[in-house]
Design a protein around this ligand. Structure first.
Ligand code: ADP
Length: 191
């Protein structure tokens, strides 16, 4: 089973993807994580994306599709796409890449969270990381968060209608406790 977790920044996609990896042995493909890794690698591509990410804007389709292609070409199944696709061209590319492997998407689960709560969560995440002496994400601040939300509503949220039309969309209440969100996702995947 291959699934997409979709939702605004701070919705909890990474948390839930982690649970699915633990409990179902699925494979998480987070373009955000891949891009942050590229950033620390000091490569030309890494440096190029660092500024874009810190502002909260989207990295080019070409770069993220390339990253996903590399992972998929290594083979496997049971993928959780987390933070990808974020644009319609990315969605088309994903469909093609899966088709090339003789696979398909089985579900797209949206995590719904109110905007005010998203901003609060992200700002808290930064404050808590700082208090614990952990690295703070360059884009976890109120300014970058505004840009991230704008990118989400302008470029990513149209994918929800797109996947609804394909009969793949489901949604869960992302404001519930982590365990309840987990249970709702399980219900969506197992029905
Ligand atoms: P979040 O969804 O919480 O904002 P991510 O870790 O998924 O965080 O992404 C962080 C940043 O990485 C994004 O704001 C964007 O700059 C970049 N990014 C991640 N995935 C993509 C993608 N599929 N397309 C374009 N940019 C991406």
């Amino acid at each position: 089973m291959n699934i997409i977790l979709i939702g605004p920044p701070g919705a909890g996609k990474g948390t839930q993807a982690g649970i699915l990896v633990e409990e179902r042995g699925m494979v998480q493909l987070s373009t955000g994580d891949m891009l942050r890794e590229a950033k620390t690698s000091g490569t030309e591509m890494g440096n190029k994306v660092a500024d874009v990410m810190a502002r909260g804007e989207l990295v080019t389709d070409e770069i993220v599709i390339g990253l996903i292609r590399e992972k998929l070409e290594a083979g496997g199944t049971g993928f959780i796409f987390d933070g990808f696709p974020r644009t319609l061209p990315q969605a088309d590319a994903l469909e093609q890449l899966l088709a090339d492997m003789g696979q398909k998407l089985d579900a797209v689960v949206e995590l719904k969270v109110e905007d005010e709560i998203l901003v609060e969560r992200v700002v808290n995440r930064a404050t808590e990381a700082q208090a614990a002496g952990k690295p703070v994400r360059a884009d976890d601040n109120a300014d970058a968060m505004k840009t991230r939300l704008l990118a989400y509503y302008k470029q990513t949220s149209p994918l929800i209608g797109y996947y609804y039309a394909k009969g793949l969309h489901d949604y869960v209440d992302g404001m519930a406790d982590i365990a309840d969100v987990k249970a709702e996702i399980a219900a969506a995947l197992d029905d």
